[in-house]
Design a binder for this molecule. Sequence first.
Ligand SMILES: Cc1cc2nc3c(=O)[nH]c(=O)nc-3n(C[C@H](O)[C@H](O)[C@H](O)COP(=O)(O)OP(=O)(O)OC[C@H]3O[C@@H](n4cnc5c(N)ncnc54)[C@H](O)[C@@H]3O)c2cc1C
Length: 495
Amino acid sequence: MLPRLPILGFETHRILTGYVHGSLNLAWQGDPVTPAMKITPAPRSVTTGDAQVPRSGHAPLPWVADAFAALAGLGLAVTLALVITGETRGSLAAPGGWLIAGGRFAGLTGAYLMLVLVVLIARLPWLERAVGQDRLVLWHRRIGPWVLILITAHVVLITLGYSKLAKVGPLHQLWVFLSSYPDLLAAAAGFCLVIMAGVTSIRIARRRIKYETWWVVHLYMYLALSLAFAHQIVTGGSFIGHPLTRAIWITMWTATAGMVIVFRILQPIGRSLRHQLKVSFVREEAPGVFSVVCSGRRLDRLAVSGGQFFQWRFFTKELWWHAHPYSISALPSPPYIRLTVKGLGDQSRAVSQLKPGTRVGIEGPYGAFTHHARSSDRVVLIGAGVGLTPLRALLEDLPPWVAVSVIVRASTAKEIVHRDEVVDLVEQRGGRFHEIIGSREKVRFDSRVLQRLEPDIASSDVYVCGPEGFSKRVMVAAQKLGVHRDNIHHEAFTF
Ligand SMILES: Cc1cc2nc3c(=O)[nH]c(=O)nc-3n(C[C@H](O)[C@H](O)[C@H](O)COP(=O)(O)OP(=O)(O)OC[C@H]3O[C@@H](n4cnc5c(N)ncnc54)[C@H](O)[C@@H]3O)c2cc1C
C-alpha cells in the first residue's frame, strides 16, 4: 500500500448542511435523477502548522497577443522594406535581375518567417499565458509550410537568376555556389535540414514516426538557422554595403536566439534547481492511471494556475532525455505537487515505475486553460478519462463565487480519475456533479443530454478536456445549445 500524505489536502471531509449535489447515472437508471444531499464546504486543503500557501498563477495580459501580432507585422514590413531598398533599377535590368530580386524576396521573407516560427515556440511566458501553447503550436504549423516554400523558391530563383547573369547552366551555377562560397555550403546543409524537418512534420509522416524522433529532427532546425545566418549577412545583396540593414537583421536574429536560450534552456534549468523536485510516491488512481506526487522546495513561490501543465523530465537512465507535457492534477500544496498520468506509450507507461527519490525537472507552467479564460460566473466543466486531471485542479482554483457544474463521462465508475476529490470539491462549493457511465454505444452524450443536465448552459463558460472525439462532440453540442465559441475552453492532450 502506498502511504497517504496527511498535508496534501487531496482528501476532504463531507459534512452535511444545505447544498445540492446532483448525480446522474444514465447507464444504471435510464433517466436523469438529482438526489438532494446536504453538504458543508470543507477547508480547501488540510494543512499542518508549517505548510505554506501556494502562489496564484499569473493572470494573462489581454493585450499581449495583439502586441505580438503587431510586432510580427512590423517585422515583416521592415523585412520587405529591406528587400525593396536593396534593389536598384540597374540590378533589375541586368540579365536574371528579376529572378534574383524574387529570390531575395523569397529568401528574406522565408528567413523572417522562420524567426517568427521560432518565437512562437520559444515559450515566452506572457504569450503562452495569453494565447495557450496549443494555439501557438497551431500557428507554428500553419506558417511552417510557407517557410519551406519560400526557402525552396529562394534557392531555385537565385540559382536561375545568377545562371542567366553568368550565362551558364543552372546546375553549373549551383556547383559554383557550393564550391566557391564557403558560407553557401553551410547554408545548403541548413536547407537540407529545413527540408527534413518539413517532411517529418507532414501529417502522414508525423503519425508514423516516434514523437522523440520528430523532436530530435526539429532540434536540427536551430542548427539550420545558425548555418543559414552567415550566408545572409556575408553574401546577401540586401546587406552588402548597407550597415544599418545588417545591424537590424543581426539584432532580430540575436534577440530570437536570446529568447530561446533564456526561456527554453536557462529558465527551466533555474526553476528545476530552485524547486529541487523529487518523486515522493506513485499511486494507482484508476486502471492504468497513476498519480505521481513530487516534493520540492519553495513550492509556495511556484506561480501556477489550475488547468496548466508543465513539461516533466524524470531523471532516470531511460527517461532523462525527453520531457513530456502533463497537467497538474491539484494545485501545489507545499511541499508537494502532483501530476496524474495515463500510460499510453513508452514514457507515460514508465511513469508508474518511478522510484521515490527520482529527481524531476520542470519546464513551465504553460497553458491558457485556466479560470482566467472565463467571462461569466457560471462554469460547466466536462471531462472524460485522464482529461479530468486539469479539470480537477481548475475546479480547486476557481474563485469561490463561481457557480460550478461538473460532468464526467466514463465507461465504468472506477475509471473516473480522482472522482472522490472532484465530488468533495464540488460539494464544498455547493455545485452540481453529474456522472454519465456506460459504453458509448449504450449511453449517448449529446446536446439533448447536455441540455437536460445543464438547462442554463448557454450563459456559462464551458471547459472541456478528454479524448479528441469526445471533446469535439461536446464542443459541437455546447455551441448548438447557444454557448458562444469564445466561452468554450478546450485543452487537447496532443499537439
Ligand atoms: C497540454 C497537454 C497536457 C497533457 N496532460 C496530460 C495529463 O495530465 N495526463 C496524461 O496522462 N497525459 C497528458 N497529456 C498527454 C501526454 O503528454 C502524452 O500521453 C504523453 O506525452 C505520451 O508520451 P509517451 O512516450 O508515453 O507516448 P508516445 O507513444 O511517445 O506518444 C503518444 C502520443 O502523445 C503525444 N506526445 C508524446 N510526447 C509528447 C510531447 N513531449 N509533447 C506533446 N505531445 C506528445 C504524441 O502526439 C504521440 O502521438 C497531455 C498532453 C498535452 C499536450
